[in-house]
Design a protein around this ligand. Structure first.
Ligand code: A4P
Ligand code: MG
Length: 282
């Protein structure tokens, strides 16, 4: 078994969703055990700077794979999230870099170990040090490398375990709508979002769904921006999907919907999502 460190990065669409999907895909591979995960960090783009900010994290795994087999698996996970290679250092839905593989040193066309830029990037060093405080890259002490670089442009957002997947029912691309502001704030804080709107189009760069029933992943929270008169079919879908909690934003409270959901063991909150986020009660 070897111990390896992987760097995860995303700067397109549901960024936190891509990082979460990468972690669960790694966890499903028999020859890989995930043994530590850093927080999720918001980081300014390096290389090509005219692109959206990234979310980055670092994962430690124990693996029976050889380095090239591990690389192949990582590239396959990237492809499953719609990764397209258009431009070097350009925007990407999901990037998985092999940062370190034990003490292996490799300089082949397909794989360089340690990762050639790991020692120069605060967005790698900071999360790496979080899960391995005495980290070394080759012979260099990662903390000293980070001190020399500075941590500007790297901000810790949220623990990986706290990163909920939040569906927004009644999502809107209109910036003045509360649902749009909530989506933006959720994304800024590092949450994974699933916009639900009748047309199902992309909202704030994230592909949407027409109904919650067509989303086939696990939802932690659903925040509702839909008046009581239009909630019946949504409640039916929610009983199928079974999120942990549903937030009824002001103007959407419905005793009938709340009672039905509560009877099914779903936690109900009547509150403004924006206020919950602003006051740290989300
Ligand atoms: N490859 C060689 N060594 C490795 C390794 N250790 N890990 C080869 C992974 N891949 C390795 O990678 C191209 C090829 O590199 C792979 O097919 C593999 O055979 P790629 O992911 O297609 O290309 P890329 O990512 O555009 O280029 P590169 O050089 O891997 O870039 P990086 O290092 O991934 O950097 N800014 C912020 N804030 N956060 C980021 O995550 N990422 C990048 C991309 C730029 N700026 C960023 C971030
Ligand atoms: Mg890469």
């Amino acid at each position: 078994m070897a111990e390896a460190y992987l760097g995860l990065g995303s700067n397109i669409g549901d960024k936190a969703g891509h990082l979460k999907a990468a972690l669960s895909a790694l966890g499903r591979i028999e020859q890989i055990q995930v043994s530590a995960v850093s927080s999720i960090y918001r980081t300014e783009p390096l290389g090509v700077v005219d692109q959206d900010a990234f979310l980055n994290a670092v994962v430690r795994i124990e693996t029976e794979f050889e380095p090239l087999e591990l690389l192949e698996r990582c590239l396959k996970i990237e492809r499953s999230r719609g990764r397209e290679r258009l431009e070097r250092w350009g925007p990407r839905t999901l990037d998985i870099d092999l940062l370190l593989f034990g003490e292996r040193i490799l300089d082949e066309e397909r794989l360089t170990l340690p990762h050639p830029f790991a020692a120069e990037r605060a967005f790698v060093l900071e999360p790496l040090l979080e899960i391995w405080p005495k980290a070394k890259i080759g012979n260099s002490d990662a903390r000293m490398l980070l001190e020399a670089l500075g941590t500007g442009g790297v901000e810790r957002l949220i623990g990986f375990g706290e990163c909920e997947t939040v569906a927004i029912i009644g999502a809107s691309s209109k910036p003045e709508r509360y649902s749009n502001r909530a989506q933006r704030m959720l994304m800024d804080r590092g949450y994974s979002v699933v916009p639900i709107s009748p047309l199902g189009g992309e909202i704030l760069g994230v592909p949407g769904h027409c109904s919650i029933g067509s989303f086939d992943g696990k939802l932690d929270t659903v925040t509702l921006y839909l008046g009581p008169a239009r909630q019946d079919s949504v409640v039916r879908d929610l009983l199928e999907v079974r999120p942990k909690r549903v937030i009824f934003n002001p103007g959407t409270e419905s005793a009938k919907s709340s009672e039905t959901l509560q009877a099914a063991g779903i936690e109900i909150e009547e509150a403004c999502t924006l206020v919950l986020l602003q006051t740290g009660q989300f």
